[in-house]
Design a protein around this ligand. Structure first.
Ligand SMILES: Cc1ncc(C[n+]2csc(CCOP(=O)(O)OP(=O)(O)O)c2C)c(N)n1
Length: 804
């Protein structure tokens, strides 16, 4: 049964030249998709995913984009990338092979799977380039639906630039009056993800220029839509969000994937509504196909019926486009056939060009190795040592960098009893290659720019002789009031506006700065974070609040998958210097006392992770982060807002240097390394221990990432020869991390006279009430007794048994 095409007649005049350009693009995009699968099967590429069956909707979307707009899409969107000039086909193939050179794969420097694109927004020095003169692609991400939350923030930034006149002087690189639309795409199955639904709701509330597109091909890999979506239709399921004459909401379109005039019309309308009226839109594109199935790692014959497989062929959007062109008399069969044939040839040419460039980059180092190998061969007369290694290397059809390193290391091992010049040359070659590979695969974990907060020096708090004591929250209130004078800074979160957050650190600031600078949001942590990430990609400096640390797991996937690795996965092409503010460690009950730092620091490599002991230090950390261009987390002490702190005379200048611990108390017998709310407990324990004749040095690490950059803890251990790592995370969590940093990385082991110890919370969630806290978390007695025990081990006569 062949598919019947019945095209929309929206009353638009089509420019035949543009139509033919669009056809050429659809044809080459299809040819490239088909080649990707072949390249994987040939062994030249590891994995391939492609955009076939979605060419036409992407062309229509791209036609509606203007310079300065954004696309936050997913792994099908190659046609959009090429249509807007943000992707070339050689780049597409370079990424397929994993070419780790940003000259060839500017999107990710070979770090991302194919079809994960990103505009390079930063120059080689890490400075922002102009986003208003380009079409912008927000860095691709494999986690389905994760492209949506930051899209919300990108669109939200348009609103900020439009509505905050003070931003004008900062808008040059990022906005022209807030007219930029963010387009975001998603597969039909991924609309089942909570984050998609949450963001639809948030967009309806916020009324921002965002256009959601759903490419509906009826499957999520093998699982059909009836298992995915209520009513098997996302536009039907979301119908309640449709705006009406009296209520704001979204404008919802439904259009067929092969209906060129219908698609062009839908996208023109959606883009106009979003751009001019700030109406968020949803374009549900139905009857998409997937001619080759989901990806190169499976075959759809395993799960699609014969009828559906036939539909994949018959309802093909490129065929539909062809039919419409013929019906409209824009071109003829033979011209279109010529274009198709030319597209296949061209795709092959681009693929070959990309592969040759990739191999050539490896060939340079391979030649270097072979030259040295020959030298070794000639100078040592030990063919038996080198020949098998060369043979193995020469047998590889496509040697890659790791093959060269492996061959180099094997050779050095084989020639370990030789010390001639050739061996020295080989060592040098290997060393150089490894340092190049380190850049290729491990650069840009953090900002490498002149604005890196790692360059910010510390400015310590200074006090009058008799400082005024104030609630900790007042220290923050005054500090935030200063931060908000920067037009780019805004604060966003649950209850931060009208009441100035649940601890009133922001009290009164909305009245002073207005509701866009200090903004109440719905209870929707994923999209709060998305709003911040996206806005920070456009030159703004959002401080987003997660009301309690214990609720950070809701947005954690986005923080980890998108935010923390953005700079790394774009090889320094993009950054999102958002600051995430939250409060934790200890107060009351299971969801207001957690301190799961190990989960966070290990899931958020790529951010600076600050754990201030009080609000003065927190204020200094915010200032440092705001002066830099990296993302950062600050975990304030939940029980510290009403504790008294001396008001510094230089409160509005304090900066905390990242990765520099502070010695809170000097001592000679034992070092306790801690942070956050535990500092107070440890300090109290230290004074009890002093009464017992034990002199403890207390160190507050201040930031867990980075950790003690200058090895101050090692210096302390070189004096005390004993160390206890204490915190209120789970056993084996951050105390173990600190121990590894100090013993392993800093090499403190050989300075120890006693075994290093860790002290953590109980391995369960903290129970409610004061007793719950006492028996779930380390308390003063635990610290005193553990230190005493450590001292007793060394000198039982000076420290006799206490309890038995
Ligand atoms: C959060 C998450 N869960 C699962 C996957 C594995 N996965 C990759 S693609 C996919 C199906 C997505 O289907 P759909 O959203 O309809 O997009 P399509 O691939 O059909 O275009 C799945 C389950 C993933 N990448 N991310």
């Amino acid at each position: 049964m062949t598919h019947s095409y019945s095209f929309s007649t929206p009353g638009i005049t089509f420019d035949p030249n543009q139509v033919m350009d669009n056809y050429r693009l659809a044809a080459i995009s299809r040819a490239c998709s088909l080649l990707v699968r072949k390249e994987v099967f040939s062994g030249r590429a590891k994995f391939g995913i492609y955009g076939d069956g979605k060419e036409l909707c992407q062309i229509a979307l791209a036609n509606a984009m203007q310079k300065g707009d954004y696309i936050s899409g997913y792994y099908r969107d190659q046609t959009i990338g090429v249509a807007i000039g943000d992707l070339t086909w050689p780049q597409y193939f370079a990424q397929l092979y994993g070419h780790p050179d940003v000259h060839f794969d500017p999107h990710s420097g070979g770090r991302q799977m194919n079809n994960h694109h990103a505009t390079r927004w930063l120059d080689a020095q890490g400075e922002w380039l102009n986003q208003t003169e380009t079409f912008n692609t927000v860095a691709g991400i494999s986690s389905t639906a994760a492209q949506i939350p930051r899209a919300l923030g990108v669109a939200y930034a348009s609103k900020m630039y439009r509505e905050l006149p003070d931003l004008e002087p900062h808008s040059e690189l990022f906005s022209k009056g807030g007219r930029e639309v963010c387009f975001t795409t998603i597969g039909d199955a991924s609309t089942s993800e909570g984050m998609f639904l949450e963001c639809i709701n948030a967009a309806g509330v916020l009324q921002i220029p965002i256009v959601f597109s759903v490419w509906d091909d009826g499957y999520g890999i093998s699982v059909p839509i009836e298992f995915q979506t209520t009513k098997s239709s996302i536009s039907k399921a979301l119908a309640g969000y449709q705006r009406t004459d009296t209520e704001k909401g979204l404008e919802i379109f439904q259009v067929k994937a092969w209906d060129y005039p219908g698609l062009i019309s839908a996208y023109q309308q959606a883009a106009r509504l979003a751009r001019e009226e700030y109406v968020p839109c949803l374009v549900h594109v139905i009857e998409c196909t997937q001619p080759q199935g989901h990806s190169a790692s499976g075959s759809h014959e395993r799960y699609k019926s014969a009828e559906r497989l036939q539909f994949e062929q018959d309802a093909d959007c490129n065929l539909g486009f062809r039919k419409w062109i013929l019906e409209s008399g824009i071109s003829d069969e033979s011209t279109l056939a010529e274009i198709d044939a030319e597209a296949i040839k061209e795709a092959r040419r681009f693929q070959k060009e990309a592969f040759a460039a990739y191999m050539a980059s490896i060939e340079i180092d391979k030649k270097g190795f072979l030259r040295i190998a020959k030298n070794l061969y000639d100078s040592t007369n030990e063919p038996g040592l080198i020949e098998p290694i060369l043979e193995e290397l020469n047998q590889l059809p496509y040697p890659i960098f790791s093959d060269l390193v492996r061959a180099g290391r094997k050779t050095l091992r084989a020639f370990r009893f030789f010390q001639g010049p050739a061996v020295k040359l080989l060592r040098h070659w290997l060393h150089e290659l490894e340092s190049k590979n380190h850049r290729r695969f491990s650069s840009h974990q953090m900002s490498e720019s002149a604005q890196s907060p790692m360059h910010i020096k510390g400015i310590r708090a200074e006090y009058d002789k008799d400082p005024v004591l104030v609630d900790g929250r007042e220290i923050l209130n005054k500090s935030f009031a200063q931060f908000l004078t920067d037009p780019r800074v805004f604060i966003l979160g649950e209850d931060v506006g009208k009441i100035g957050d649940v601890n009133q650190t922001l009290a009164g600031l909305q009245d002073v700065f207005g509701p866009l600078k200090v903004t109440d949001t719905g209870i929707r942590e994923v999209s709060i974070v998305g709003q911040g990430i996206g806005a920070s990609m456009r030159g703004l400096r959002p401080i987003v609040e997660i009301q309690y640390l214990d609720y950070i797991f809701y947005p954690f996937p986005i923080l980890s998958d998108d935010w923390a690795c953005l700079h790394y996965r774009t090889a320094g092409g993009q950054k999102a210097p958002m600051i995430l503010r939250t409060r934790g460690h200890r107060l009351e009950g299971i969801w207001h006392s957690g301190s799961p730092m190990a989960v966070l620091i290990n899931g958020l490599r790529g951010v600076h992770f600050c754990v201030p002991r009080d609000m003065t230090q927190a204020a200094g950390m915010y200032r440092t982060l705001l002066a830099g261009d990296d993302p950062g987390v600050v975990v304030e002490c939940l029980n510290g807002y009403r504790l008294k702190e001396p008001m510094p005379t230089n409160l509005l200048e304090i900066q905390v240097e990242l990765g520099v611990p502070e010695i809170l108390r000097e001592g000679n017998d034992l070092t306790i390394v801690t942070y956050g709310s535990m500092c107070r407990i440890v300090m109290e324990a230290a004074s009890s221990l002093a009464d017992m004749g034990i002199s403890v040095e207390v160190i507050d690490v201040q930031t867990l990432l980075p950790f003690d950059r200058y090895h101050h803890i090692l210096t302390s251990i070189q004096k005390t020869h004993r160390v206890l790592f204490a915190d209120e995370d789970m056993p084996g969590g951050t105390s173990a991390y600190m121990m590894q940093e100090v013993l392993d990385k800093q090499g403190a082991f050989s300075w120890l006279d006693s075994p290093a110890r860790c002290m953590a919370a109980m391995p369960h969630r903290p129970a409610y009430s004061s007793d719950g806290d006492y028996f779930s978390k380390p308390n003063v007695e635990n610290v005193v007794d553990t230190v005493y025990e450590m001292m007793r081990e060394v000198d039982p006569s000076s420290y006799p048994a206490i309890y038995f």
